[in-house]
Design a protein. Structure first.
Length: 187
C-alpha cells in the first residue's frame, strides 16, 4: 500500500482538482438568454410537427444529417424550403438512402445537394441546423414509422448560435468525407 504524508496527499488532491475542474465546467454550457425549445414525441404527430416547424422556419440555409428518410411530408417540406430560396444540403447514410421508400433520390432529383456517407456501419445522426441559429435533434428518424409506430422524440432548440455552430461543424465534417449521391442510384 502506498503511504503519502499529509502534505503530499494535499498536493496530489489539489493538483487533481486543478486539472479536473476545468473539464467539469467545460461539460456544462448554459443555454443562452433568449433561447427557447419545442419538444415532440411519437407515436403521434407532435414530433413531426416540431420537425416541420423547424424546416418551415428556415430562411437562409438548412443543413440536414440523417439516417433513414422515408417521410414524404418531411421531404415535401424540404423541397418547399429549397423552392423559397433556402440553401438546403443533406448528408445521409448511404445504405439507408438506397432503401425502397427512401426520399433521398427524390430530393436529389429535385436539385437538392445530397452526399452519402459510407465511412461508418451506419450514419445514425438525426439533426438539422437552421440558419446557423437553431438545431433540431433527437431520436426521430425522418420516417413514417417514426411518426406512427415508434417511440421517438424531436427537440428544437431555438436561437442557440453556439450550439448550432457545433452541430454545423460536425455536419461539415460529414459532408467533406461523403460522396455525392445521384437520383438514379445512390450507391
Amino acid at each position: 500500500m502506498l503511504s503519502l504524508g499529509p502534505r503530499r496527499l494535499l498536493a496530489c488532491t489539489l493538483t487533481f482538482l486543478f486539472l479536473l475542474l476545468p473539464l467539469l465546467s467545460a461539460a456544462q454550457t448554459p443555454i443562452p438568454a433568449g433561447s427557447s425549445y419545442e419538444l415532440g414525441f411519437s407515436p403521434g404527430r407532435s414530433s413531426l410537427a416540431v420537425v416541420l416547424k423547424a424546416i418551415g422556419s428556415a430562411r437562409r440555409d438548412l443543413l440536414i444529417a440523417c439516417y433513414e428518410f422515408t417521410s414524404r411530408d418531411i421531404a415535401q417540406a424540404v423541397e418547399d424550403a429549397a423552392h423559397r430560396g433556402v440553401k438546403v444540403r443533406i448528408v445521409a447514410d448511404w445504405k439507408a438512402a438506397s432503401d425502397r421508400y427512401s426520399q433521398i433520390r427524390i430530393l436529389i432529383a429535385a436539385g437538392i445537394p445530397v452526399r452519402l456517407d459510407q465511412r461508418y456501419a451506419i450514419l445514425h445522426h438525426k439533426f438539422m441546423v437552421v440558419d446557423g441559429l437553431s438545431v433540431e435533434t433527437g431520436s426521430f428518424n425522418y420516417t413514417g414509422s417514426a411518426i406512427e409506430r415508434n417511440a421517438e422524440n424531436s427537440l428544437v432548440l431555438w436561437n442557440v448560435p453556439s450550439l448550432a455552430e457545433a452541430y454545423a461543424r460536425e455536419w461539415e465534417r460529414l459532408w467533406e468525407e461523403s460522396k455525392p449521391g445521384s437520383a438514379t442510384g445512390t450507391r
